[in-house]
Design a protein around this ligand. Structure first.
Ligand SMILES: Cc1cc2nc3c(=O)[nH]c(=O)nc-3n(C[C@H](O)[C@H](O)[C@H](O)COP(=O)(O)O)c2cc1C
Length: 196
């Protein structure tokens, strides 16, 4: 057996899956949530700008987030669509699918040396750290962000400044079912080797 098969980091990276079904009511202990947030902050970031912040949402605040998601979705729907009310009701309740939602927010630090893309990439790395930390702690986590989660009503709910953007909403809780399988394309379809 290759020594790589025993590597816990690579093992976690490959075996982490998006967990859809978690216990909707049982909030994970706060120290576990803090561990996950702490892991996020150890992501690489250029110039040590730490271009992230987090809003941790539970209980009735999930409904306030859901309301903002529904309001955002409404702006994308055709007026007169007979399904509007039904779709918006479902949307409001979607945030109840996990007991905790962590909004991962990327901030643009500004300054001559700062490349805006790098700030987003760093916050994305923080998000992946969170998913891996949750997996390693036995929690289920999944990013759920439809296109409307980036719109103004959700920005307003999260209190985003102009230089901030939502990177993703991480749904977190105790897993109910084992997550489904996932797949990836063969490596050779994604890699070009040069100079080898
Ligand atoms: C930024 C981002 C947004 C996502 N938004 C959604 C979403 O809205 N709904 C959803 O079902 N999955 C969402 N996902 C999760 C992907 O569906 C999931 O990562 C993919 O199916 C691969 O599965 P795996 O995470 O188990 O490898 C999102 C993932 C990322 C990184």
């Amino acid at each position: 057996m290759s020594v790589r098969n025993l590597n816990p980091v690579i093992d976690a990276i490959k075996n982490r899956r998006s967990v859809k079904n978690v216990n909707r009511e049982e909030i994970p202990e706060q120290d576990l949530i803090e561990e996950i947030l702490e892991a996020a902050t150890w992501a690489p970031n250029h110039h040590l700008t730490e271009p992230w912040r987090f809003v941790v949402i539970a209980k009735n605040e999930r409904l306030r987030l859901g309301e903002s998601m529904a309001e955002a979705l409404k702006t994308t729907m055709k007026t007169g669509d007979p399904r509007v009310e039904e779709v918006l009701k479902l949307e409001r309740e979607k945030t109840l699918r996990a007991p905790v939602i962590i909004a991962v927010i990327s901030s643009q630090s500004g300054g001559e040396k700062i490349v805006p893309q790098e700030e987003i990439v760093a916050a994305g790395a923080a998000l992946q750290n969170m998913l891996l930390a949750a997996h390693s702690l036995g929690l289920g986590a999944m990013v759920r962000s439809g296109p409307h989660s980036y719109l103004q009503p959700v920005r307003d709910y999260l209190g985003l400044q102009e230089k901030e953007s939502l990177v993703g909403l991480v749904y977190l809780g105790y897993p109910i079912d084992p997550p489904g399988a996932s797949k990836r394309s063969p490596l050779e379809t994604k890699v070009q080797w040069r100079g080898f």
